[in-house]
Design a protein. Structure first.
Length: 324
């Protein structure tokens, strides 16, 4: 047998062996506990992780653990999963901080596209434009008109740099062509307090964080930022339908495995996670917390991440936003 023929035969055997190993892995998966790495304990993404862990664990009769790795803008959790074995036993559930990190920080220890295999878009929660009742704007068009006649006079409150409550107003400013000044806070709570007191004019936070204040009239809700009306605020229009076509923002929680995880394992994870998200009790718990269960294909999550990176990457660059 010639050297070339030996090499070809060896390569074919290796490919067949690898394929058989992947197929066997899919047939036996999962044979041990699965670990979901996510953000710090107590937040919305942590709740989503625990509900999914409960649902998937029960359905598979296998332990699913939640491992909180908050900090560094998602870099700690992202690196842990990117470097984990590509076998489906270590997966990631995180928000946009994971794929927007390279735009905001230097030396991010992973590539958000090359180092992860999308599994499913687990849940989403819209933002909502709220203003203090003293501001003479009752809808988005009036807010834009007011900002244009008072350039640089209106301000908005936001949490940390690169957060949803920061990027949503910057997207609004860019698309509306207005100049509204950012007042930065260390967290949503202090930011919201100053909007409630009237010291700051407006905010675009996660909808659930201000639902009681909007319903009580302490804040005026103008529109939700989801692409279509949200069941969280029945009857409230979207920003896109209120004068800014194409506007969309919010909190998105996606699930990923390390790159090179066998597609058969990805498909099994997708099947079990979307099955859990479709359970009425889990959907109800998420809805009560201000999020809506999704459950998508891996391709749909990949497309969502690509769109977010294009939309907000430009906003971050143009506004010079950093979170180093």
């Amino acid at each position: 047998m010639t050297i070339i023929r030996k090499a070809l035969v060896s390569g074919l055997i290796s490919a067949l062996t690898a394929g058989m190993a992947c197929e066997l892995s899919a047939q036996t998966f999962p044979s041990k506990p699965i670990r979901i790495i996510t953000a710090e304990a107590g937040g919305g993404v942590d709740l989503i992780s625990r509900l999914i862990a409960q649902g998937v664990g029960t359905n598979l009769n296998q332990q699913v653990l939640v491992d909180n790795r908050g900090g560094a803008g998602g870099a700690i959790a992202g690196e842990a999963v990117a470097r984990a074995p590509a076998d489906g036993y270590t997966i990631l559930l995180y928000g946009s901080a994971i794929w927007l990190a390279p735009f905001l920080r230097s030396n991010v220890p992973y590539d958000p596209v090359k180092d992860f295999a999308p599994i499913t878009l687990a849940a989403r929660a819209p933002n909502i434009i709220v203003v203090h009742p003293s501001l003479p704007a009752r809808d988005v068009k009036e807010l834009i008109a007011l900002a244009k006649v008072r350039p640089g006079e209106l301000n908005y409150a936001s949490a940390s740099s690169g957060s949803s409550s920061h990027l949503a107003p910057e997207l609004f400013k860019s698309m509306a062509g207005v100049n509204i000044i950012r007042i930065a806070y260390k967290g949503t709570g202090p930011a919201l307090n100053d909007v409630l007191s009237g010291q700051v004019h407006m905010m675009i936070p996660n909808a659930a964080s201000v639902a009681p204040q909007v319903k009580s009239g302490k804040l005026r809700g103008l529109a939700v930022t989801s692409p279509s009306p949200s069941a969280l605020f029945p009857g409230m229009p979207t920003v896109a339908a209120s004068g800014l076509p194409g506007f969309e923002s919010g909190t998105i929680a996606g699930m990923f495995a390390p790159a090179r995880t066998p597609s058969s394992v990805i498909n099994r994870l997708n099947q079990e996670i979307t099955r859990a998200l479709a359970q009425p009790d889990i959907k109800d718990r998420l809805f009560t917390s201000g999020a809506e269960a999704v459950g998508s294909t891996p391709e749909q999550l990949a497309s969502t991440v690509k769109t977010e990176m294009m939309r907000f990457g430009k906003i971050i660059k143009d506004a010079g936003i950093r979170d180093d």
